[in-house]
Design a protein around this ligand. Structure first.
Ligand code: ATP
Ligand code: MG
Length: 673
């Protein structure tokens, strides 16, 4: 407590009613949540298992858990929930799946599975290939789910024929998910909300379980998440949420900064505490951030200050090309590391889109600078991991058609498309899954004998493996699975180099190892985690992050601005400060510049000591070189806090002329004295 300022202490101690901590970047909001967890357990005496803290990412959850672990005795934190909204939702569904009408071993569809299902559906239902509308439909469904709109409601609210069509597909999509015993990502929040609304008894049970709720990054909650919070805390209103409306950067995913205002309406006794001291950045960095964000309209006024030293000027670096930009960043990191005796991990490079990292990666490799990318391709989007997870999903839930289709011919089993087509036709006719169809299908179905035989062998193998998975120690069974299917050979046949195949197989072993650890970990706590639990939890966890965390070696961090939220680094580069990149072209077209400005604000406020903003004067686009326009946000920085580098000749002349002008003005003043 002694390490907190009086306002922070007040926020930690206040447990008499609902509390909103509204404060700018780096003011210690996340620190308040961490300390408050300790306070609730140790001082207020609420057992850890009755407290839940929700974070925005898995990485943030892990960090918070670790910090609490350092503050509080391990025994007391037992059962404490520190997780993302989605993880909490998953736990709820796992416990209540029966009431929700699901069978054990339900699957979680990721975006790609959901997309495959939708595509399949559209071809079947609309009998046209609506391929280019696919992501529109997927987005529409996600938005409907985020505002808790059922297919029926979506249909009756449909504004035009197109929306009607989408709503009908939404309807069928929902039915299919049910038939497959599967939930999608948005369901992880939506289903608990629906259940709590429909079943007061179950709601009461969860209210008894979660006696105090805390939420970090509250400005980025969407409507269904807010509803989940509202339902859980009820009249007791025992909650603390912290947020910063200036850091709301997920509107495109349904986030509603209005939820901050809504709180005051829904909980009239809401107490608001504002934190105004920033502990992260130098005064110049903070002043720059404040000036930039001042260009956005504000509902809440905040005044952030810092008593850190003024610090170095913010550098705006103009580079001739994107290549020169990457080169400049790479060499600067090397140079500064050597001159100032820093570690590589003291540097972070932030950018608007993942593709911007590619050139930089090449340069860093060229200079042998170690780096780590987060927010890029996740472990789970790797093909081999998707294959492995599909196998595991299929074993646990034979009705998971998405998993079935993914692995039925991986490795090749010579099961042709027409065989699958007939199987699928039969299954749909009977309203059952592919595995179900296989079980009851007879000779009358016109599936070629050979194909049917192969399918049956596959199904039989899966059944046997599944039985063993439950009966025996799961880890050897899973390892055997990859031997059975000769997966390593398959990888070698499909990789460009043997090394690539080995790396992929390593990823598989890393996955198996993680499952083993989850099963083992749990033995310690006395709560048993079944293989089903372990796998469904895995689907949600970004293993890549986990791997990164294990590997805390000295590396430069490369990440998107979105992924950088909540983090801090001593030295930050933000690259690509050009119109159409930051602000992004689509937001210029759609007039959502304010969200881009918040993104810029998030970027600036990640820096503790130095900040450099780079842009390329020319950039290759569609194979052509184009002249770029420096980002408008650069003009919003306070002149006295920036230096411009790498300007063209003309600009240099102007700069010098300006320099002379001020010098002579100064001399003039002196003479006048
Ligand atoms: P963001 O808006 O970026 O999420 P935040 O408000 O959550 O930031 P924290 O990450 O909690 O801020 O804190 C920023 C930094 O300030 C951290 O390094 C933290 O350890 C430090 N800090 C927080 N409170 C204090 C304090 N009272 N005294 C000294 N340092 C502090
Ligand atoms: Mg924070």
């Amino acid at each position: 407590m002694a390490q907190l300022n009086p306002r922070q202490r007040e926020a930690v101690r206040y447990v008499d009613g609902p509390l909103l901590v509204l404060a700018g970047a780096g003011s210690g909001k996340t620190s308040v949540i961490t300390r408050k967890l300790a306070f609730l357990i140790e001082q207020v005496g609420i057992p850890g298992r009755h407290i839940a803290a929700l974070t925005f990412t898995n990485k943030a959850a892990r960090e918070m858990k670790e910090r609490v672990g350092r503050l509080v005795d391990r025994k007391l934190t037992r059962g404490l929930t520190v997780s993302t909204f989605h993880n909490l939702g998953l736990n709820m569904i796992r416990e209540e799946y029966k009431s929700l009408g699901y069978r054990p071993g339900f699957s979680i569809f990721d975006a790609e599975d959901a997309k495959a299902l939708l595509q399949d559906l559209m071809i079947r239902e609309a009998s046209t290939d609506l391929g280019d509308e696919l992501s529109d439909i997927q987005n529409a469904i996600s938005s409907w789910k985020n505002v808790m709109r059922s297919p029926g409601e979506a249909l009756s609210h449909a504004a035009d024929e197109r929306e009607q069509r989408f709503a009908l597909i939404y309807q069928r999509y929902t039915e299919y998910l049910r038939a497959y015993n599967a939930v999608d990502f948005d369901d992880l929040i939506l289903l608990p909300v629906q259940l709590f609304r429909d079943d007061p008894e179950i709601l009461a049970k969860w209210r008894r379980k979660i006696r105090y709720l805390l939420v970090d990054e509250y400005q980025d909650t969407n409507l269904s998440q807010y509803e989940l919070v509202r339902l859980l805390v009820a009249e007791r209103s025992a909650f603390t949420v912290v947020g910063d409306d200036d850091q709301s950067i997920y509107a495109w995913r349904g986030a509603r900064p209005e939820n901050l205002v809504q709180l005051k309406t829904d909980f009239p006794s809401l107490k608001i505490i504002k934190l105004e001291q920033n502990y992260r950045s130098t005064s110049r960095i903070l002043r720059s951030a404040n000036e930039v964000i001042a260009n956005n309209p504000h509902v809440f006024e905040k005044a952030l200050w810092s008593d850190h030293a003024i610090g170095d000027e913010i550098r705006i670096i103009r580079c001739a090309s994107e290549d020169a930009e990457a080169e400049r960043i790479a060499t600067e990191i090397l140079d500064r590391k050597l001159k100032r005796g820093l570690g590589f991990k003291d540097f972070a490079v932030l950018y608007r889109g993942n593709h911007q990292a590619r050139l930089l990666e090449l340069k860093l490799q060229g200079y042998q600078v170690p780096y780590r990318i987060s927010g890029g391709q996740s472990f789970f989007s790797r093909n081999e991991i998707k294959d492995a997870m599909a196998y595991l999903r299929l074993l646990l839930n034979p009705d998971d058609d998405a998993a079935f289709l993914r692995v039925v011919n991986v490795p090749r089993r010579e099961i042709g498309p027409s065989t699958l087509e007939r199987l699928s036709h039969y299954a749909h006719g009977r309203g059952i899954s592919l595995s179900g169809a296989l079980r009851e299908m007879g000779a009358e179905t016109q599936v070629p004998e050979k194909g049917l035989d192969r399918l049956r062998r596959f199904a039989h193998w899966a059944e046997r493996t599944c039985e063993r998975l439950y009966r025996e120690d799961p880890i050897p069974v899973i390892k055997q699975l990859f031997t059975d299917i000769e997966y390593e050979e398959w990888l070698h046949q499909h990789a460009n180099t043997p090394k690539q195949a080995e790396r992929r197989m390593d990823n598989i072993w890393h996955l198996v190892e993680s499952i083993r650890r989850m099963l083992d970990d749990d033995k310690g706590t006395g709560e048993s985690m079944s293989i089903e639990d372990a796998i469904s939890r895995l689907i949600l966890r970004d293993l890549m992050e986990q791997r990164e965390e294990e590997d805390d070696s000295d590396r430069v961090q490369l990440l998107t601005l979105h992924a950088s939220k909540g983090l801090e680094f001593p030295h930050v580069f933000v690259m690509g400060l050009e119109e159409e990149i930051l602000p992004h072209r689509s937001s210029i077209e759609e007039g959502t510049i304010e969200e881009e400005r918040r993104l810029m604000y998030v970027g600036i406020t990640r820096a503790k000591e130095t900040l450099a903003l780079t842009y390329a004067a020319q950039r290759r686009q569609y194979g052509e070189k184009i002249e770029t326009i420096p980002s408008r946000f650069l003009d919003e920085l306070p002149d006295e806090d920036v230096v411009r580098e790498g300007l063209g000749e003309k600009d240099e002349v102007r700069n010098r002329a300006q320099g002379k002008a001020t010098l002579s003005a100064l001399l003039g003043d002196l003479e006048n004295d």
